[in-house]
Design a protein around this ligand. Structure first.
Ligand SMILES: [Zn+2]
Length: 197
């Protein structure tokens, strides 16, 4: 009898504790403090990710094309989208979401002018950037450093550039307008960048 009368309140308190924790943790994730994939919330400010990456386009959070299968927005753009498109005007700063070494800074086919940064088994691609590169191959980049500017829609003097707009002017890869195409490859495979934010 003594056993029961002592433990019933203990179990009651434990139950209340577990119940309140289980409701509290999902409530945190609703508001984005815990990593979760809520596409509709991406018009709100996102800065620090669950992986401790920094959002690559400060001040610009509107995603105009998500990762995965889609209708090709323009000729030469894939139906499988290996990254995300972030709307941002020409000249906007692009920052390194993670530290790493620059392994590529050049025109990269449909991606247009592109900077690649490697960190371990991850490669970060920042595409349709300005042809006036701010970094060079071999350079070590700190997370948060400005590595490029969002490029213009049209670029000139790229040898054998097959990408053109409806007026026949050469474009910065397969693109319909200024934006940042941001991609992450893990062990060489494209992964959804939003999984890291
Ligand atoms: Zn894209």
């Amino acid at each position: 009898m003594k056993f029961n009368s002592f433990f019933i309140p203990v179990f009651f308190i434990l139950f209340i504790l577990i119940f309140s924790l289980s409701t509290f943790i999902p409530a945190l994730s609703e508001y984005g403090y815990v990593s979760s994939y809520y596409p509709n919330n991406y018009t709100n400010s996102i800065n620090i990710s669950s992986s401790n990456f920094i959002w690559p386009a400060p001040g610009y959070n509107k995603i105009t094309s998500y990762f995965g299968y889609r209708n090709a927005p323009t000729s030469g753009a894939g139906t499988y989208h290996g990254g995300i498109d972030i709307a941002a005007p020409t000249g906007s700063n692009i920052i390194a979401c993670s530290s790493g070494i620059v392994t590529f800074a050049d025109f990269y086919g449909a991606n247009g002018f592109t900077v690649k940064i490697e960190n371990g088994n991850l490669t970060f691609l920042y595409s349709h950037v300005s042809p006036t590169f701010l970094v060079h191959v071999g350079q070590y980049i700190n997370k948060g450093e400005v590595i490029a500017k969002v490029g213009p829609k049209n670029v000139y003097n790229v040898p054998n550039n097959p990408y053109k707009d409806s007026n026949g002017n050469p474009t910065n890869g397969a693109t319909t307008g200024a934006h940042l195409h941001f991609a992450i490859r893990k062990d060489g495979q494209a992964v959804n960048p939003l999984n890291y934010f």
